[in-house]
Ligand binder design. Structure first.
Ligand SMILES: [Zn+2]
Length: 612
């Protein structure tokens, strides 16, 4: 039984988290927080009802950690600003706020925290008048606020505070989340950690934190059948026919998207008034009962806050990009809009992929062309023009005893067809194969990982290009911005490096990321954009099913051919991913099928073109 003294002691400690006036935290914030980052008006919990329970939990003395997995633009910054305002005014104590990097920390301090605090009279009264005050360390009479970048090791040490706020938790480097959380350990059971951010990857530190939490889902109640259900993407119904091979009918999606109750099927209109009504029934439903009650987790996605049609258009674009082999938009959609972690796990290449309804070497009406005069990819070849070349590439895999060669034709929408493949013992035979297939010399790409000097000399002599697969998957490319400044963008292949084995004869070597290229090829095959003919042969089918995506003991995914299975034709297809990417026929720039522009002539395309 607790003694009076102990009860008194506990109530004193609990008092730290309680207001000294009658207002509960939410009411205090509504009364005093008059300026918010990014929006006009004062803090009104009814505008962001999904923040109510997380804010209440933040000031619940029984709660130790809170992780909020939330859609971008759904009030995450507001949450940190109003909670810290309340702490400074009502329960002064030291606060550490982590942003991903130092410059983000500075921006957040100046453009979010200070705006809200300056506009909140009880906090403004405590702030120093000095305009030159440091953004990273703000000292008040009874508390100090540090705003720091979580990427710097030194920022993850030394500090000891009661409150740790971690923004964009998903972006922290492995291990840094633990270090950041440890900043309040010396406060024992008075310490609080509040994490906020979109989702990252399955099994990353952020996801593990979420898995160990109560996992409470923001939910709504159907007015027809009273079913309480989470706001789920699966409930969003996009009109039939809005996503076709020709592209996306944005208008149809914008006008016809609805949300269906999973209990009775009632359809709700995409309308702010409807969302407001459903939000009035908003509540959190706990999913994980194994977690400690002190370790709360809250998840809300964009659906309670954002127009469903707009969201669905973003999803449709991501879906289309995915079917063209570019997974990134879908990854971002999941992480940022649905606030769900993403998994890039894919199985192996042994999945059966059925052939297209065509034969080897067959003419293909959709095959595109390359205009040597304008150096552009165009939709159709004019056979009367000598400047119009076929849009075909050859990949050559070099073996000790010969060469696997494979020719693939492309349409400008990114679809491609295997034209022919063969194995030859001599370079002369490969060169004859190239001419028979009607492929430009610089559109021939040969792997120079083996017998490098010989391949460099051969490629320089015949005007081919060289490729080399590496473990590295990101290569920096400087990209000129509209305002003339340069910015670095990562691509899965390098800028070409010139090699001059003979005086005046040059070949170009492109390095590429094995993982990125093989993932891309796998996705393209699965989505039937990358096709092969019915008579491609047993050997082709066998070799294409030769590699599996596995994880190394260190957890890195790699593609591997089990037990020395022949994978040479697979390698040829991997090599052809290079010109496909360079010419915008696959990957990121293919996100808008049906509206494909020929790539601008740049140093990327020049590399292939200037030999002719
Ligand atoms: Zn219902």
């Amino acid at each position: 039984m607790a003694s009076d003294t102990q009860e008194q002691f506990e109530s004193d400690l609990l008092g730290v988290f309680k207001p000294t006036d009658d207002l509960a935290p939410l009411d205090w914030m509504a009364q005093h927080c008059r300026v918010l980052p990014g929006i006009v008006g004062s803090f009104d919990p009814t505008h962001t009802p999904w923040l109510k329970t997380p804010i209440e939990a933040t000031f619940d003395p029984e709660v130790r950690t809170i992780i909020n997995m939330a859609a971008v633009g759904s009030g995450k910054s507001i949450y940190i600003c109003v909670c810290t305002a309340y702490i400074l005014a009502k329960a002064p104590s030291d606060i550490l706020i982590y942003q991903p990097k130092n410059d983000a920390a500075r921006d957040f301090h100046r453009n979010a925290l200070r705006k809200v605090w300056d506009g909140c009279p009880p906090v403004a009264a405590l702030l120093p008048n000095d305009k030159q005050v440091r953004w990273d360390c703000l000292r008040l009479d009874r508390s100090t606020v540090w705003t720091l970048g979580a990427d710097a090791e030194s920022n993850l040490q030394r500090y000891h505070v009661k409150w740790v706020f971690i923004d964009e938790t998903w972006s922290l480097k492995p291990g840094h989340l633990k270090q950041a959380q440890a900043r309040n350990l010396s406060y024992g059971w008075l310490a609080k950690t509040v994490m906020v951010g979109q989702a990252g990857l399955i099994d990353d530190d952020n996801d593990k934190q979420w898995q160990s939490s109560t996992q409470e889902e923001y939910s709504w109640k159907c007015e027809a059948c009273s079913t309480v259900q989470p706001w789920e993407w699966e409930a969003i119904k996009i009109p039939e026919g809005s996503l076709t091979a020709d592209g996306i009918n944005e208008d149809l999606i914008a006008k016809g998207t609805k949300m269906a109750c999973k209990g009775c099927g009632k359809l709700y209109d995409d309308d702010d008034g409807v969302r407001d009504t459903l939000n009035k029934t908003g509540c959190y439903v706990r999913v994980n009962f194994n977690a400690r009650d002190a370790n709360r987790g809250f998840h809300w996605n964009a659906l309670p806050a954002r127009n469903w049609g707009e969201t669905a258009i973003e999803w449709a674009k991501a879906k289309l990009a995915q079917s063209n082999g570019d997974e990134m938009p879908m990854q971002l959609f999941r992480q940022k809009q649905l606030a769900l972690p993403f998994s890039s796990e894919i199985m192996d290449s042994t999945d059966e992929v059925t052939p297209g309804a065509f034969k080897l070497k067959e003419d293909w009406a959709d095959e595109g062309a390359y205009d040597l005069d304008t150096r552009q990819v165009i939709a159709k070849r004019d056979e009367t023009k000598t400047s119009h070349a076929r849009l075909r590439f050859i990949g050559v895999d070099v073996q000790r005893d010969g060469f696997y060669c494979l020719c693939r034709a492309y349409a400008t929408d990114g679809k491609s067809r295997l034209v022919d493949w063969a194995f030859y013992h001599t370079i002369d035979e490969v060169e004859a194969f190239r001419k028979r297939c009607g492929v430009l010399a610089p559109f021939t790409f040969v792997d120079c990982g083996d017998q490098q000097d010989f391949i460099h000399r051969t490629a320089a002599r015949l005007g081919w290009n060289c490729t080399r697969g590496t473990k590295k998957n990101d290569f920096p490319w400087p990209v000129k911005q509209a305002d003339g400044t340069m910015k670095v963008k990562n691509k899965p292949y390098s800028k070409p490096r010139e090699v001059e084995p003979f005086k005046g004869l040059v070949t170009r070597v492109y390095y590429f990321g094995n993982l990125a290229f093989k993932d891309l090829l796998w996705r393209l095959r699965r989505s039937a954009v990358h096709q092969y003919p019915t008579d491609a042969g047993e050997e082709y089918i066998k070799q294409m099913a030769s590699e599996r995506r596995v994880k190394t003991p260190a957890g890195m995914p790699i593609w591997k051919a089990p037990a020395k299975r022949a994978n040479h034709l697979w390698d040829c297809e991997v090599i052809i991913m290079l010109p496909a990417l360079v010419f915008g026929l696959a990957g990121e720039s293919k996100s808008s099928v049906g509206n494909v522009k020929a790539p601008e002539v740049s140093e990327e395309t020049e590399a292939q073109a200037d030999d002719n």
